[in-house]
Every structure is written in C-alpha cells, then in structure tokens.
Design a protein around this ligand. Structure first.
Ligand code: ZN
Ligand code: ZN
Length: 770
C-alpha cells in the first residue's frame, strides 16, 4: 500500500511539474543567465565542440564525439583523480533531476589513442638560455601536450650553449629538474635543430622504427651576439643553408614546428625569422608566434592524414527516459577536482522522438505496462467510489440529521422559526413527544415515514422542491446514496481505460506511425459507447444497442479522419514544429463530435455550453498529453492514461451536467385538449406492474373525454412496464405511431421522443429533467 501511495504521489507530482513545463517556456532564458552569472565564469564559453552524437539502437547508450577548440590546460579529461565531471540536462529549459540525466560512463581520449595508434612521436627542443619564467611557461605547455601524447611518445631535449642534450622521455623527474635557466648566453640554434632532425629521421634512439616524427622547438631565435654582426655559431652559414633545404624523401615522415619565445621584444632580424619560418613550412609544420597545441595537433593530423575527434564520451541513459521531441540540452562540465573550477565544457543539443511518437529507453514490457495502467485505473476508481459512494453521502447524511431531523417536543414546537405541524403529512397520525421527525419542507413527517417513502416528501418534485434527502442507512451500497455523477465518472474511467489499452496495443503493433488517428479511433469509440449507454437510460438500453454501436462507429471514424487530416496537413506543409498549435483542433473537434454523436436523439439536449466545455476538455487533455513529464519512475505510456482519463471524465461530466438527473418520464398530451404532461413515472414508481390504460371509458387511467369527433374505443391502448422498459400496446385499431398504423396487441417500445396518436389526440413520450 505504501508503495502504491508513493506511486500515486509520483504520478501526481509529475502532473503538477508537467504544468510548469509549458507554462513558463521562457524559464530557459532565466536559468541560462543563472548558470553564466553564478556557475561558469563568463569567459568560460564552451571550449569543446560537439562533432557527432550517435545513439545505440535502443537509445540506452549514446556517444558524443567532441573537438577541443581551445587549450584546456594540463588536464587529462579521463583522469578522475584530477578531473571531476558534472553532467546536467535541461529539457525545454527545465533542469532534469539526476535520475533522468544520462550518466557519463567512459571518456575516450581518441586523439591520444590516435597518436598512440599511429605511433606519432614528438620531441620538444627547449632553449635553456631563456629566462626562468619563460622556461616555466614552456614546461607547463609540454605537460599540457601530454594529454595528447599519452603513452610516453613525447620527448624533451635541451639546448644549452654549444651543447644539446640527448632526447629524454618527459618523466616527472625530467620535468621537475631540467627546466633550469642556464648561465650560458647563447645556443647553437640551427645546429641543434638540425642535429635533432637527423637524429629523428635516421631512427636513432629513441626514434627507432618511427615514421611519424614531430620536432617542436622553443627558442628566442637569438643567433647573433649582442652588439655584433657575427653569428655565434662559427658554422652558421653552413647550417643556415641546410635549414632551408627541401627534402621530399622525408615529407610524410617529419614535421617541424617552432614556437617563438622572444618575450623581451629583443630584435631578431627578419632574415633569421624567415629561415626558421622556411624550416617549418618546408618540413610541413608551422612557425608559431605563440605556442598553440590545438594548431599543432590539427596540422599534425592533417599532415599524417589522420581523422579523429578529440574525445568520445560514452553515456548511458536511465531506464524509462523519454525523448519526446523537446530540446534536450546536455551540458558536460569538467572541473578541477581540487579547486572545483570549470576548465572545460561542452553542450550537446539532442532532439529525438516527438510528442505523439516518443522514444522510451528500455520501457516496460507491454503486459507490464497494461497491468500497471489497469491497476492504476482501478485504484483511482476505488478512491473515487469510496469518496462518492460512502464518504460524501455519509457526511451529507450527518448534516441532514443535524439540520432537519429532531425530536418532537409537543404542541407549539417551532423549528428554525417556523411552527411545526402537529401530525405526519404521510401517515396522518399525530406526532407524539420524543418521536423523530423530519422538518425539511413544509410537509413535516415521521423520520420512519420519510425513510419508508423513499427518503423524500410525498410531494417531492412537482410541488415540493426541497423535500428530498436520499440516504439509505440500512444499505450504504445503495447506488442512490451516491451522487448522480458517480455512475458517469465510473463509465468514463472504463471508457478511458478501454481506449488507453487499445491505443497502447495499437502503438506497440504499429511502431511509430501516425499514432494520433488511432487515438481518435479508440477514444471516440469507447467514449461514445459509454456516454450513449448512459444517455439512453438503462430502461431502454436493450432496444438501443445497435443504435449505440452505430453512433460509436460514426464518432470513431469521424475522429480518426479529423486527426488523420490534421496530421496530413501538418506533414504536407512542413509544420511539425508547430505541432501543438494545430493538434488542439482535432482534439477539441473530437470532444464535440463525441458529445454530438452520443447525445443525438436522446433525452440529453446538446446545449451550447456543452460545445464550449467539450472543446476546453479536448484542449486541456491535449495539453496534459504534451506536458506529461518525463522525469519520473513511471513508464511514459502508463502516464498517458491520465490524459485519457482527463479527456473522458471531463467530457462525461459535461454531458452528465446537461443530462436529466431524475428518472422522470411523461406523456405529453396534445390535440383536442389543452397541452399537458402526464407524469407516468408517478404511476409506475410504487407499482411497476401497473397497466396505464387510455380510452373513452371512465375506468381508464387516461380518459380521452375531450375527443368528441375522433374514434376512441372504451379501452383503446395500454402502457406496460417490463424490465424497466415502457411499451405501448394497441387494443383496438386506430393507433398510429409517427403516422403508421400499429397492429393490435403488438408491443411497441416507447423511447424518448416517440409519438403516437389515438383519434385526434397525440401523445409524445418524453424523459426530462425537473
Ligand atoms: Zn408518519
Ligand atoms: Zn414536501
């Protein structure tokens, strides 16, 4: 029971939340402002770009490939000890709860893997005569580059004076201890660069068997000693010539990059800059005024003909997650584990499914969905029944007892400032002191007489409007105890459940094609069936089954066409973006169509207000349909039941409101006499076996004494009641139903609006409200 309670709560909360979804579409803007104002510093625009989003077939998992746009610093995204990942998702601007947000399961450093797979090795050649702060900068940049060169394929070597060190792996020890400013003033730049180039292309240690080599030089490009035109290197010109030589044999094997570290605005002559620029461009690389890892990576991948996104993020969707065509904005932020500051982020826009053809991730199996829906529906019905059949009538009864039932205190008794009669209106016996009496209308009665007379005053209805309070305390299950609306609501629940089951079955068979017309088909059929059943009154049901079925089929096909046409129009004009602006039309028209079909030819007048109301109900349930929230533990298809329920119950109540409350039927007599309504129901109420006779004889129930010219036999016709149905039986010739002669002794069923004539008098059978 507790679980059920929680379940219902979830559903209700979900519905409430759903309301907010569409009511405030501009929430998106606000929350975005928020996230910029508080969360991410404004300069931290996403520095990763989404390349592709690929879903698995059942939408349980998906992969997002991204490209890094700007340097993200010394982080390896997949290094969970240093990097925290925060995934959030908004649907139409509403933040989703954790439960329905996809979980990031794995980060694949595809770039790093590609570099490793293609065995690209890079050497960073560092000029140690640079100032210490610059060296520190370079050291940081090389550490950053390790997020690409993940598997010990990044080396470092140092130029210091005339020497150049061996190429060393970028081990923590090297990185911590070698970046020390040298006391030397200059380096042999060209010579060192060329030495390293040949070391690499000749496959010396550690470049054995490697044919994708990258040389990256960090230097200030100083080639001449201060105040001197003489190059530092005695063999300068020899090496200079060597630098600008082109070598086609190593074109796809060796790349050279140069990062200018001349921070002191020291003048370097254009000539030497040109030499360095030529060296890089002839070797497939770039001369960079400032080191840029992304640029280096792009160029390298292009040169070696490698295509790869930066990272692939593997996500897993929670079960029951629903994609309904709304805009899902998935934001992934990467935070420094220590400082909690965001250093990288990307946003992926995901639009999948549609309102009427949603995608459910690992939804429940069909039988489970059906069982859940049926249980849920019956639970709601039980609650409604308990309240309307037991709780409310009991409370009203207590109020009735308090306000209108009292002990008789004797002559001159007054009740609410009115003198109380001294005898019972029903049994005529004088009241005795202490007896329970009912003082609800002017006809004061014994409480026992009140109950015996069917819990109302004998004059109730025509002459006494207040004289009724029905409560059968001996049998609390008496259907008359409950409100008149209960049976309508119960029928609506059943109709909703039936159409929901059909719709769900249809949807599962039909895949994702045009579900809406089938919604119209099933809902209109079952609702029209239920409403017409009630509208026709139980008394006449068995005669009207074909009639009811026909109406249901008409409404059903009509609704199918309505939705089908709307869908076709939306499709052919490419208006699917404005789906919600158009689909309310068939919804509301369907409401009207059902109301029209089910009340046609019945005692329920199709009032103008009814048209408006059914339109509102249609609109409202469409709104609920499109707004049902996805952020719940309940399968989306089960939640849809609520849309069916709202539509059914709402429409049913509209029609019930217009329907006659009491079971009252009359014969309207017109012709040679002043028009009058004869209350047949009074004659049959306490005596269903009675026969109402019509004729000239004084013994007839209805004596046609006024018809002097026409032929009327002493007993011309009779009205019987059988199984709650009324029948007309002609006992003589000369009875006409709608102009056609009726065979003598043949039973003719009387239903609302049926007219027959005897002589010059016409009779119309009507069922009506008070
Ligand atoms: Zn009495
Ligand atoms: Zn009365």
């Amino acid at each position: 029971m507790k679980k059920m309670y929680r379940y219902i709560l979830t559903v209700l909360a979900t519905l409430c939340l759903a309301g907010c979804d569409d009511l405030f579409p501009s929430m998106d803007d606000f929350s975005e402002l928020d996230s910029e104002g508080i969360g991410i510093p404004s300069q931290q625009k996403p520095n990763m770009k989404v390349d592709t989003i690929v879903f698995s077939q059942n939408y349980k998992t998906f992969d997002i490939a991204t490209k890094i746009l700007r340097d993200i610093g010394p982080y390896l995204l997949e290094d969970s000890s240093r990097v925290k990942v925060h995934v959030s998702e908004k649907t139409n601007g509403i933040e989703r709860t954790k439960r329905s947000t996809p979980i990031l399961t794995r980060i694949e450093n595809t770039e790093g893997l590609a570099i490793d797979k293609h065995d690209i090795r890079m050497l960073a050649l560092v000029d140690l005569t640079l100032p210490q702060p610059v060296l520190n900068e370079i050291r940081k940049k090389i550490i950053n580059a390790k997020s690409l060169f993940i598997n010990d394929n990044l080396y470092v070597a140092f130029m210091d004076g005339q020497k150049v060190s061996e190429s060393m792996p970028t081990s923590p020890y090297v990185m911590d201890n070698y970046f020390k400013h040298s006391s030397e003033e200059y380096v042999y730049l060209y010579r060192s660069m060329l030495q390293k180039k040949y070391e690499m292309i000749n496959g010396q240690k550690p470049w054995e068997n490697c044919n994708k080599l990258v040389l990256l030089t960090f230097s200030d490009g100083m080639l001449y000693a201060d105040d001197s035109d003489e190059p530092i290197d005695p063999d300068h010109y020899l090496f200079e010539e060597e630098m600008v030589k082109e070598d086609p044999s190593i074109q796809d094997k060796f790349l050279a990059f140069y990062a200018n570290c001349n921070k002191n605005d020291m003048e370097i002559d254009d000539h030497s800059n040109n030499v360095l620029w030529l060296f890089c461009s002839k070797n497939g690389g770039n001369y960079m005024e400032q080191f840029n890892l992304i640029e280096l990576e792009d160029k390298t991948f292009k040169a070696f003909n490698i295509k790869s996104p930066s990272n692939i993020f593997h996500f897993i969707n929670p079960n029951f997650k629903v994609y309904r065509g709304g805009k899902n904005k998935l934001t992934v932020d990467f935070l420094d584990a220590k400082t909690d500051s965001i250093f990288a982020s990307f946003t992926a826009d995901i639009v999948k499914g549609s309102i009427y053809a949603p995608i459910i991730v690992n939804g429940l199996s069909l039988p489970v969905v059906l069982i859940q829906g049926i249980v849920l529906c019956f639970f709601c019905m039980l609650v409604v029944w308990l309240v309307m059949q037991l709780l409310v009538p009991y409370i009203r009864y207590r109020i009735f007892l308090k306000k209108h039932v009292t002990d008789y205190t004797g002559n001159n008794m007054s009740w609410e400032n009115q003198p109380v009669k001294e005898s019972c209106y029903y049994c005529k016996a004088p009241f005795e002191i202490g007896e329970k009496i009912v003082v609800k209308c002017e006809h004061t009665m014994h409480k026992s007489c009140w109950d015996e007379n069917g819990h109302h005053c004998p004059e109730y209805s025509d002459h006494c409007k207040n004289g009724s309070h029905y409560y059968n305390s001996k049998n609390i299950y008496d259907t008359h105890n409950a409100s008149f609306y209960l049976v309508w609501i119960m029928m609506a629940f059943m109709a909703a459940l039936e159409s929901w089951i059909c719709f769900t079955l249809f949807a599962s068979l039909n895949g994702r094609i045009d579900l809406l017309p089938s919604f119209g088909l099933t809902t209109a059929f079952f609702l029209t069936l239920s409403i017409s059943t009630l509208a026709i009154s139980m008394r006449n049901l068995k005669h009207a089954i074909m009639n009811i079925l026909l109406k249901s089929v008409v409404a059903s096909i009509g609704s199918f066409i309505l939705f089908y046409l709307t869908n076709s129009i939306i499709d052919s004009f490419g208006l699917s973006e404005y789906n919600t602006f158009f689909t309310w039309i068939p919804w509301t028209l369907m409401g009207y169509l059902i109301a029209l079909c089910s009340t046609y030819g019945t005692r329920i007048p199709l009032r103008k207000s009814l048209i408006g109301l059914s339109a509102i109900i249609g609109f409202l349930s469409m709104y609920v349909w499109s707004a049902i929230f996805f952020d719940s533990e309940v399968d989306f298809r089960v939640l849809l039941l609520f849309s069916f329920l709202i539509f059914s119950v709402g429409l049913m109540l509209c029609i019930a409101y217009a329907a006659p409350r009491s079971d009252r039927y009359f014969l309207k007599v017109e012709g040679a006499v002043k028009t009058m309504d004869v209350a047949l129901y009074k004659w049959f109420r306490n005596n269903p076996g009675r026969v109402v006779t019509i004729g000239k004889s004084v013994d007839c129930s209805l004596q046609l004494s006024w018809d002097l010219k026409g032929y009327v036999a002493p007993i011309h016709a009779e009205i019987h009641m059988e199984d709650e149905c009324l029948y007309l039986i002609a006992r003589e010739k000369g009875v006409y139903i709608e102009g056609k002669a009726v065979n003598v002794d043949k039973k003719e069923w009387l239903y609302h609006g049926k007219m027959f004539t005897i002589g010059n008098t016409s009779f119309t059978y009507i069922e009506k409200d008070r």
